[in-house]
Design a protein around this ligand. Structure first.
Ligand SMILES: Cc1ncc(COP(=O)(O)O)c(C=O)c1O
Length: 374
């Protein structure tokens, strides 16, 4: 039996065919017809005016912050429960991340705490330069509240939807809530290009500036002319070809991840001490990862006992994100609350959730978890 991974790539004949087509066309560069097609298809999928295909989600976050004028010394609000890239991007532009706790009812950025920080900073005369909301584990943040809060404060909201392609909130696609939305196509995401990302926006001007900065800020003249600092952040045409095929199968992949989540609920929800990541009734998650919390006293074993029992079967499960305020690299960052994220990290476990997870593998996982229960 081969190892069961947390969220492996799910690729097949379509990806292979388009990749070879791109190869044979000799558009082997960070531009070409598949980059254009991928951007068109992604913008349509998200319902955004424009998409810019980039080399990673982290690059997309970095560019988005630059485009909104975030500068050294500025503050950027980010949730403390997220992958490190969300806050790293703020540091890349010289800003200071303010690490804000999440709401226990959704695991997403807590709007009350965001309101508190915005209020506090308004009084002190220097509002944060941006709020980066994260759609954690494929569920949208509370946009009923976050959007209006940011608008009222005049602070741009950037949506880190790296994990959430295919999710929605009140019928609107993840990625479309921020002034700019960010996606990742890293190998573990719901669709992958092997490594890649994108920024989406309704603003044609913003998209054009993103393309310019991502191509070394080269001016449109015959010689190499650069008026400002640029980056080499564009997506390769070869990878975009894989992306076009993957995007074509997004709906099936989301359906499969939701079915995986449902099967875990049917197999585990009756166990004492096991609770699933809460679902916000306003949204439809893509179920990128299925996460549970394990209360050791009630369950009879700890989160790590479960993880190690699965590892003994060659099954990869992972603790939920370690909050950024506990990461040594952000030891000096300002934080607001944090106990909720710490509790989730202490008890949270992400179970194998791939759209290609075999039914018998999932049955083995459910049986192994059940065997540990009191
Ligand atoms: C929430 C979040 N933000 C940003 C990223 C960064 O994306 P990438 O790995 O494509 O740089 C990831 C995942 O990798 C993520 O999960």
């Amino acid at each position: 039996m081969s190892r069961v991974y947390l969220s492996p790539p799910d690729v097949g004949d379509d990806e292979r065919r388009l990749l070879l087509d791109a190869f044979d066309s000799n558009w082997i560069a960070p531009l070409g017809p598949y980059v254009d097609a991928f951007e068109r298809d992604l913008a349509t999928q998200v319902g955004a005016g424009h998409a810019v295909a980039l080399s990673s989600g982290t690059a997309a976050l970095h560019l988005a912050l630059l485009l909104f004028g975030v500068e050294p010394g500025d503050e950027v609000i980010v949730p403390t429960l997220t992958f490190v890239a969300t806050a790293n991007a703020a540091v890349y532009v010289g800003a200071r991340p303010v690490l804000v706790d999440v709401d226990p009812a959704t695991w997403q950025l807590d709007p009350d705490l965001v309101a508190q920080v915005l209020d506090d900073r308004r009084r002190s005369g220097k509002p944060p330069a941006a709020v980066v909301s994260v759609d954690l584990y494929g569920q949208c943040a509370d946009y009923d509240r976050l959007g209006p809060l940011c608008t009222a404060s005049g602070v741009p909201m950037i949506e880190d939807a790296a994990e959430a392609l295919g999710a929605s909130y009140r019928g609107r696609a993840a990625g479309s809530f921020g002034a700019a939305g960010v996606f990742s196509f890293n190998g573990n995401k719901i669709i992958t290009t092997g490594g890649g990302g994108a920024m989406v926006t309704d603003s044609g001007e913003l998209a054009a500036r993103a393309r310019h900065l991502a191509a070394q800020a080269r001016e449109p003249v015959a010689h190499y002319e650069h008026q400002r600092l640029g980056f080499n952040y564009r997506m390769s045409n070869l990878l975009a070809a894989i992306g076009v095929a993957q995007l074509g199968g997004l709906a099936q992949r989301v359906a499969r991840r939701r079915a995986v989540n449902q099967a875990y609920r049917e197999g585990l929800a009756d166990l004492p001490g096991v609770t699933f990541m809460p679902v916000d009734p306003a949204g439809e998650p893509n179920c990128w990862l299925s996460c549970v919390e394990i209360e050791p006293e009630a369950f009879g074993a700890s989160r790590d006992d479960v993880r190690l029992a699965l590892e003994a079967l060659d099954v990869e499960a992972r603790p939920t994100w370690k909050p950024l305020h506990l990461q040594p690299v952000f030891a000096d960052a300002d934080r607001v609350g944090g106990a909720v994220a710490e509790g989730i990290f202490e008890r949270g476990l992400c179970l194998p959730s791939g759209s290609n997870l075999a039914l018998d593998d999932q049955e083995r996982i459910v049986a192994a978890v059940r065997a540990l229960a009191r």
